[in-house]
Unconditional design. Structure first.
Length: 58
């Protein structure tokens, strides 16, 4: 079985109704949120920059 505190931490990130960070493992939630933010901003940068680069090359 998985650690219940870690499961609660992940659920608190995925569930929009709960904004509470479990006091047992706040670093896990913060690092996961940071990774998600980096992934989203990376995709946004790729989608906005890629057509511009294609136009410059072609």
């Amino acid at each position: 079985m998985a650690d219940p505190s870690k499961a609660e931490a992940f659920l608190s990130v995925f569930s929009p109704q709960t904004f509470e960070i479990p006091p047992e493992d706040p670093d896990l939630v913060l690092s996961f949120m940071r990774l998600s933010l980096l992934r989203v901003s990376g995709c946004w940068f790729y989608l906005t920059a890629h057509p511009c680069l294609g136009r410059v090359k072609g």
